[in-house]
Design a protein around this ligand. Structure first.
Ligand SMILES: Nc1ncnc2c1ncn2[C@@H]1O[C@H](COP(=O)(O)OP(=O)(O)OP(=O)(O)O)[C@@H](O)[C@H]1O
Ligand SMILES: [Mg+2]
Length: 315
């Protein structure tokens, strides 16, 4: 049994590490690459132009954090072979509370700089800008960027927005900004037209059963194959894919999480075949719901609100 657990854990870990290049990723990738190339071109020509940014919004579980880390990994590879191999990008989760001072401290920490004593916000931000230049940081990624406004007052929100603008328009070392967060992020941009002007907004829309069922069925197939399993007839087909999309509250990343969870159930049971029942069990395990709320069991699953029953694991 221990062997089976270990081999299952290894298979699941490798499935989770895989990135699926979906159709919504490509425009984001293209835009980000363009910003990066422009900045590199400016730097090698000795010009400084304002940097721009991207705001990626979408519902929880759609795959924003995953897409952003994929972008950053690609950009790091690109930088390593560029004329500026020392240049870098940093990524952090917006701290809570997202006060200006706390944000500055977190950025310094992400840069590996530790403050020796309590300092005022203006001092911290002077240091941040100095360090960003010193470390040749081209992009700053802030995940969970909706938290920039959640607790703060309007005054704090204005301060954070103007800090982001200041970073992008710094005459000595402009830094590009990548924000990712839930739909409330759009509210922050709407609040500040000057910031919005410098950011391209990209939205990861939910899946629709009609448009994405076929691709989803393909995903089940390819994940199962990768895990060394075949897909049973009752776990194939459009009806099953539509149930899966519904169970995932129409979010791409959650579709993948459920597929991987179903494969885990199948592997632990020692099955060489992925059955619909494995999806039902996986859903039950994740949401601790009764059969009546399990979209893989009931006939009229459309009435189930998967947002309410399917809670995400924190990762
Ligand atoms: N393109 C992808 N390929 C493979 N797995 C993915 C992909 N996109 C998302 N996932 C998986 O889906 C899950 C949810 O993705 P992610 O954490 O990126 O969502 P999110 O949009 O950042 O959600 P939240 O707003 O709750 O932070 C993760 O387990 C992630 O590994
Ligand atoms: Mg996230």
């Amino acid at each position: 049994m221990n062997d089976k657990r270990q081999s299952t854990a290894e298979t699941i870990a490798s499935l989770r590490a895989q990135f699926i290049r979906h159709e919504r990723f490509d425009p984001l990738h293209a835009r980000f690459q363009m910003l990066l190339e422009k900045r590199l071109a400016d730097l090698s020509a000795g010009r400084t132009a304002d940097s721009h940014g991207i705001a990626l919004s979408g519902a929880s579980g759609t795959g924003k954090s995953c897409a952003a880390s994929q972008l950053l990994a690609g950009a790091r590879r690109r930088l390593a072979t560029s004329s500026l191999p020392e240049a870098t990008l940093i990524s952090l989760r917006v701290p809570s509370p997202a006060t200006l001072k706390f944000m500055g401290q977190m950025i310094l920490r992400a840069l590996g700089y530790s403050l020796s004593s309590e300092r005022q916000a203006w001092y911290i931000w002077d240091l941040v800008r100095h360090q960003l230049k010193l470390r040749q940081v081209l992009f700053l990624h802030l995940d969970e960027a909706q938290d920039l406004s959640s607790r703060g007052t309007k005054v704090e929100l204005n301060a954070v927005a103007s800090m982001l603008k200041t970073l992008m328009t710094d005459p000595h070392w402009p830094v590009g900004i990548l924000l990712s967060g839930t739909e409330e992020l759009e509210r922050i941009l709407n609040h500040d037209p000057q910031l919005a002007r410098r950011m391209s907004a990209i939205h990861f829309a939910p899946l629709s059963a009609a448009a994405h069922a076929r691709d989803t069925a393909g995903l089940v197939e390819s994940y199962a194959t990768r895990a060394g399993l075949t897909v049973a007839p009752d776990a194939q087909g459009i009806d099953m894919a539509e149930r899966l999309i519904h169970a995932a509250a129409f979010q791409f990343g959650l579709v993948i999480e459920i597929i991987i969870a179903a494969l885990e159930v199948a592997l632990l049971a020692g099955s060489a075949v992925l059955w619909a029942n494995h999806f039902a069990l996986a859903f039950e395990e994740r949401s601790s719901c009764s059969d009546a709320f399990n979209p893989f069991i009931v006939g009229d699953y459309h009435r189930i609100d998967a947002r309410k029953v399917f809670t995400r694991e924190d990762n």
